[in-house]
Design a protein around this ligand. Structure first.
Ligand code: IPD
Ligand code: CA
Ligand code: CA
Ligand code: CA
Length: 270
């Protein structure tokens, strides 16, 4: 039997230490490289922070495994046992260009079921924290259950990429929604955008392509406050391979599907 209260104490301690290290790195020269394309950035700090978690987790919990964006752990092909799904810096582009609006995201899963979610918005010093069945917190304040909101009063987080012609989704399915909502936002960190839905700062977030480490922590938060979470096609998320994502306050999934997806939910090429 895993002791989740002990795991939680360690995870919180490590995430705060990692946050301090990220802040101190603002004074240093970053080593910036690109990955899949010229806009897909990775820095020495993304790698250092992931390695920091890997070292601590393997020393303290030798049976646990790690699925991290920078691939520091062993290759993971299933979610059996306890798996820490880690994004050492979610919003690397913001980290490099803005020194804000990035987060450390950790979802702790047992046999594929989310147990603990932690999202630390380092510069705001805001720690979002959820334990399955025990609620969600922003720092030490309990987050209240999300309330319903109408489409005309909602703030939707979405990246402009998906509203132009693109290879993943028929953008024309999305434009009527944008016309009807109160406003749109884009923060450049999926974890922060999910934490903002969970804390009521925005009402929904849609995106066509995320990896497990982008949403592993956020989805536990969303579930603990009664939010709704599916892919953009209305299916369950894939915590091993990633998927599209639609998170919202209660009722918005139904309202949006009835109003805009009468011919079926969007098909997304992941
Ligand atoms: C990215 C951010 C961004 C989202 C991208 C992610 P990264 O994560 O969450 O908001 O639009 O799809 O890859 O690479 O900065 O960890
Ligand atoms: Ca990245
Ligand atoms: Ca990410
Ligand atoms: Ca990252």
């Amino acid at each position: 039997m895993e002791n989740y209260s002990e795991i939680d104490t360690y995870a919180k301690d490590w995430i705060m230490t990692a946050g301090k290290r990220l802040k101190s790195s603002f004074e240093e020269n970053l080593n910036i490289e690109t990955k899949a394309n010229a806009n897909d950035l990775v820095t020495n700090m993304d790698k250092e922070i992931e390695q920091f978690f890997l070292d601590n987790i393997t020393e303290t919990f030798p049976t646990h495994r790690i699925l991290g964006e920078e691939g520091m752990g062993k290759r993971i092909t299933d979610l059996k046992g306890v798996v820490w799904i880690i994004d050492p810096i979610d919003g690397t582009m913001n980290f490099v260009h803005q020194q804000r609006n990035f987060a450390i995201s950790i979802g702790i899963y047992e046999d594929g079921v989310g147990k603990i979610g932690l999202i630390y918005d380092v510069v705001q010093n805001e720690l979002y924290h959820a334990i399955k069945g025990k609620g969600a917190y922003l720092n030490n304040m309990k987050l209240t259950n999300l309330k319903k909101v109408s489409i005309s009063e909602m703030i939707l987080s979405i990246n402009a990429t998906w509203l132009m012609e693109n290879k993943r989704v028929d953008h024309q399915i999305l434009t009527p929604i944008i016309k009807d909502v109160r406003g749109t936002r884009s923060y450049g960190s999926a974890a922060i955008e999910m934490a903002f839905v969970a804390s009521g700062r925005i009402d929904a977030y849609m995106t066509m392509r995320l990896a497990p480490w982008d949403f592993a922590a956020g989805s536990i938060l969303i579930e603990e406050v009664g939010g709704e979470i599916t892919t953009m096609s209305g299916n369950p998320l894939d915590y091993l391979n990633g998927s599209s994502l639609f998170v919202s306050k209660p009722g918005l999934h139904q309202a949006i599907s009835e109003t805009y997806f009468q011919n079926g939910w969007p098909t997304v090429k992941y």
